[in-house]
Ligand binder design. Structure first.
Ligand SMILES: C[S@@+](CC[C@H](N)C(=O)[O-])C[C@H]1O[C@@H](n2cnc3c(N)ncnc32)[C@H](O)[C@@H]1O
Length: 211
């Protein structure tokens, strides 16, 4: 059982928020997307950010491998989703939101490629050894002109064992620089606010444009 299945089993889902993420609502319009853009949400959990994105007119496809998270998303929304099997997963759909219950690294979504993506607590949830694969999968699942909004977290790596795993500016440049234009939209120092034993920590929001 993965640490994530265990966390969902034990309801240790402190990452889940009861409102749409302020980084999303503040910065999403800067991507200047058509409302027809189809948005991929990797490692989506049961985030309400998918509702916010769908209210902007987008079609959404989340990917989450814990069944409980997917079921709770639709239960909380009071919808009974349509369910079909796809390659390497199950696809649940209600209105314009699909959630693939699947491993992000194995899923073959039947509605790819996506023209945009939103990553909050996705890349930083993965161990650093999976970062190259994550970026490769993003590249494979998105259109040539795709844009993404990514919310990251950084702290001195030696001070905490993730998740969340620290993602430094250098990491962002290393993993995304070769294939994306990178623009930082926000930097917030959270050292005083975060209830963790960290000598510094910060949140950043990046706009990534495929080139
Ligand atoms: C930190 S949570 C963030 C969830 C969501 N993005 C949010 O903001 O609430 C990371 C989620 O990724 C899921 N996850 C981790 N590895 C995964 C993988 N390889 N494929 C699909 N989901 C995965 C976990 O079950 C967990 O729900």
């Amino acid at each position: 059982m993965s640490i994530w299945h265990q966390r969902w089993d034990e309801n240790r889902i402190g990452f889940h928020r009861s409102l749409a993420n302020p980084a999303l609502t503040e910065h999403w319009s800067k991507l200047q997307l058509d409302t027809s853009s189809h948005v991929l949400v990797p490692l989506c959990g049961k985030t309400l950010d998918m509702h916010w994105l769908s209210q902007q007119g987008h079609r959404i496809s989340g990917v989450e491998f814990v069944e409980k998270a997917v079921i709770q998303f639709f239960e909380d929304w009071a919808k009974i989703p349509n369910q079909v099997s796809v390659n390497n997963g199950e696809k649940f759909t209600a209105e314009n939101i699909n959630i693939y219950q699947a491993d992000f690294f194995k899923i073959e979504p039947d509605d790819a490629p996506f023209s945009a993506w939103y990553d909050r607590a996705a890349l930083v949830a993965l161990p650093p050894s999976l970062r190259t694969l994550y970026v490769e999968q993003l590249l494979a699942l998105t259109t040539a002109d795709a844009k993404g909004l990514m919310v990251t977290f950084d702290y001195p790596k030696e001070e905490m064992k993730g998740p969340p795993f620290a993602l430094s500016d250098h990491d962002v440049e290393h993993f995304f620089g070769p294939s994306f234009e990178i623009e930082r939209l926000q930097f917030t120092d959270l050292t005083e606010e975060e209830d963790r034993e960290l000598s510094r920590c910060s949140l950043s929001v990046f706009m990534l444009t495929k080139r």
